[in-house]
Design a binder for this molecule. Structure first.
Ligand SMILES: *[C@@H]1O[C@H](CO)[C@@H](O)[C@H](O)[C@H]1NC(C)=O
Ligand SMILES: *[C@@H]1O[C@H](CO)[C@@H](O)[C@H](O)[C@H]1NC(C)=O
Ligand SMILES: *[C@@H]1O[C@H](CO)[C@@H](O)[C@H](O)[C@H]1NC(C)=O
Ligand SMILES: *[C@@H]1O[C@H](CO)[C@@H](O)[C@H](O)[C@H]1NC(C)=O
Ligand SMILES: *[C@@H]1O[C@H](CO)[C@@H](O)[C@H](O)[C@H]1NC(C)=O
Ligand SMILES: *[C@@H]1O[C@H](CO)[C@@H](O)[C@H](O)[C@H]1NC(C)=O
Ligand SMILES: *[C@@H]1O[C@H](CO)[C@@H](O)[C@H](O)[C@H]1NC(C)=O
Length: 582
């Protein structure tokens, strides 16, 4: 009776390639991998930074970094934040029972707490009294023992850390009085359609207390999965701390390449200098050449086995980069700005102005998967990364490239650079792999400068720290020229020969159990089906891709297949409403 809980379920079958794919707030998942998410939390009282962090069992420094609050101010953890302030709380979203559903934190009951006040005030509507009752098997909600510990389930979603093939981190947002979907979309630089799609909403109508998953543009990392900070995603305009407080990474404002530098915290760290170079993490040098600007940078490659992995990368870019611009940091807020999006609406102010620290932070349970956060903004920074959207390989070409935004579905090929380059995706991993195409066309050089490697070639050498792999990669088709990038990285293991997705001869019959033949389309007369047309590029909406594809030679097959993994596209669409009576 304290709460209405309305769950709408729709089941939909969709096999339309290229159609917008509805996500549901019920997100299927497999395994036990956690992924990064954000909770939108409005302070119900004046609370210290460390107290807010303790409510969610996260590192206070990670909380500051995720809100671009300056961690360099003295005693930042004990700074008192004002009631009504809206914060993004970094959280690790786990998979349980096949559903990406929750973060659970724990809370120590204080005298006078009720399930309603804990859910509605302390956790600002991110949970409900019924959910707490269920999670803790409480027979009589009127009978709460002060001092006892409750498990608090909280919502989260990741959707593979992508939205429309771009890196994203999902914010669980509690709808406030006066909110509209269009205002929320405007505030978070997304669209009404996108919010409706993500939340599988039939109409843009919301009520206070509803919880929406809001995709925020973000920078993705490309750390190997042996890294403890594997999967790190940082929202645009914010920071994250990793590598035992040694490295800070930021995202934006100018581009969505993750940029990491040594963190400015007083901790002892292993070397952050790239080997065979005098560059430190985040440093780069550039030199104008006739072909463009040759940029050498020292990048962060993840925290592997307690060591900071550095990668020295040289790439040819159309223009020489200027000094890196960092997202602005703010001083710890002391007042709530009423028109600021940091303060949606002051929540019911509670009695007592202060709250005792329920428990001091237990880092590790939360935060970005395996990120042991801490720290911050400061100094200057930067770096790059790649996205693996749903079962497809994404490119990272500059937006001056005519094939900017190219995405290739797992198991397929694409042809680019005026038929000179072919790129494939899978089967072993979702890293785009490009080589010279075997078509008889005349092409500019596909050899990496200062090297005898051709596109797609790599050399590797086992060292005590791992395997040093130097590869010649394709960097996009810029101004009619093939951009090559020579990259050296330290990997846990030396790669074997590259495996390509299998190619098939041009089909002449329809295989009935094949994914390419979703439902025996209105069977054509005759036993064979003519190839409708090999690829109609452009209509498939990869931003700016000038595809052109072509079966032929050893390879290639347009990526007509929907890049989404989901084969049976079975979605539960839901919209969960919570209402509280105080
Ligand atoms: C996320 O990716 C995994 C494989 O990488 C896939 O099995 C899963 O279906 C994807 N989830 C969504 C929501 O697309
Ligand atoms: C990232 O944030 C900056 C402002 O902080 C904004 O100008 C930029 O458009 C954002 N980028 C994206 C892709 O949303
Ligand atoms: C290299 O990075 C270090 C640490 O971030 C910084 O102090 C130094 O100024 C940078 N040097 C150059 C040349 O950018
Ligand atoms: C990490 O270190 C342990 C022990 O030192 C070693 O057995 C393991 O192979 C290392 N893993 C990686 C990925 O380097
Ligand atoms: C890519 O496709 C191959 C088969 O072609 C499959 O084994 C692999 O699991 C797929 N990868 C992902 C991440 O879906
Ligand atoms: C380098 O790439 C070219 C073109 O793909 C290929 O023919 C050659 O075998 C590769 N060489 C090595 C050493 O991998
Ligand atoms: C492309 O070439 C044109 C003319 O040659 C030049 O004006 C332009 O700056 C070039 N663009 C890039 C990104 O190199």
């Amino acid at each position: 009776m304290e709460e209405k809980h309305l769950l709408l379920l729709f089941i939909s079958l969709s096999l339309l390639a290229g159609a917008a794919m509805a996500k549901s707030t019920i997100e299927p998942c497999t395994g036990t991998d956690a992924c990064p998410a954000l909770l939108g939390y409005t302070l119900y009282a004046d609370l210290k930074v460390a107290e807010v962090a303790a409510l969610f069992q996260i590192d206070p420094v990670a909380l500051l970094a995720a809100n671009a609050i300056d961690i360099a101010v003295p005693d930042a953890e004990n700074h008192i934040l004002p009631a009504g302030l809206f914060l993004r709380v970094p959280a690790s979203c786990s998979c349980s029972g096949g559903i990406r559903r929750s973060i659970s934190t724990s809370y120590t009951v204080r005298p006078a707490d009720t399930l309603g006040s804990i859910a509605g005030s302390v956790y600002a509507g991110l949970t409900s009294p019924d959910q707490i009752r269920e999670a803790n098997d409480i027979p009589d909600p009127a009978d709460l023992d002060a001092g006892s510990t409750l498990v608090i389930p909280l919502p989260c979603s990741c959707f593979n850390s992508t939205d429309n093939f771009l890196p994203a981190i999902y914010l669980s947002y509690v709808v406030q009085q006066g909110d509209s979907v269009s205002a929320i979309a405007a505030r978070y630089a997304t669209t009404v359609t996108d919010i409706m799609t993500v939340n599988a909403m039939g109409s843009p109508s919301i009520r206070p207390g509803d919880i929406l998953a809001v995709p925020l543009p973000a920078c993705a990392s490309m750390f190997p999965n042996s890294a403890s900070d594997y999967g790190m995603v940082v929202a645009n305009g914010t920071y994250a701390i990793t590598a035992s407080h040694c490295v800070q990474c930021s995202c934006g404002p100018g581009n969505l390449n993750l940029y990491c530098t040594p963190a400015s915290l007083a901790v002892s760290c292993s070397s952050m200098q790239c080997s065979n170079s005098n560059l430190m993490l985040g440093n780069f040098t550039s030199q104008q050449t006739s072909a463009g600007c040759s940029v050498t940078s020292c990048n962060y490659g993840g925290f592997v086995n307690g060591s900071i992995v550095t990668r020295l990368t040289t790439s040819l870019q159309p223009q020489c980069p200027g000094k890196h611009q960092f997202p602005p940091v703010i001083a710890p807020p002391t007042t709530v700005l009423h028109d600021s999006f940091l303060a949606p609406s002051p929540s019911p102010a509670q009695a007592g102005g202060t709250v005792t620290n329920p428990r001091s932070s237990v880092p590790g349970t939360f935060g970005l998967p395996g990120v042991s956060p801490s720290s911050g903004p400061a100094g200057s920074i930067s770096e790059a990364s790649i996205v693996s959207p749903f079962c497809s390989c994404a490119s990272m070409f500059p937006n001056s490239a005519s094939d900017y935004g190219m995405v290739v579905a797992n198991g397929t090929y694409a042809i680019t650079a005026s038929h000179c380059v072919q790129c494939s995706c899978g089967p072993g991993n979702l890293n785009l792999y490009c080589t010279p195409a075997s078509l008889a066309v005349s092409c500019s050089s596909m050899q990496c400068s200062n090297s005898n490697l051709m596109l797609g070639n790599f050399t590797s050498q086992q060292t005590s720290a791992g395997c040093s792999v130097t590869s010649c990669n394709y960097g996009g088709f810029v101004n009619g020229s093939i951009v090559t990038r020579l990259t050296t990285s330290l990997q846990p293991q030396c790669p074997g020969k590259h495996q390509f997705p299998p190619v098939i001869a041009p089909p002449t019959t329809v295989l009935h159990d094949s994914f390419l033949a979703p439902s025996p389309s209105p069977a054509q007369a005759g036993g064979t089906v003519t190839n409708p047309r090999s690829s109609v590029p452009g209509t498939f909406g990869l931003p700016g891709v000038s595809p052109s594809s072509g079966p032929a030679g050893s390879i290639s097959e347009a990526s007509i297949v929907s890049p989404f993994c989901c084969i049976l596209c079975l979605f539960a669409f839901s919209l969960v409403h919570f209402n509280f009576l105080y």
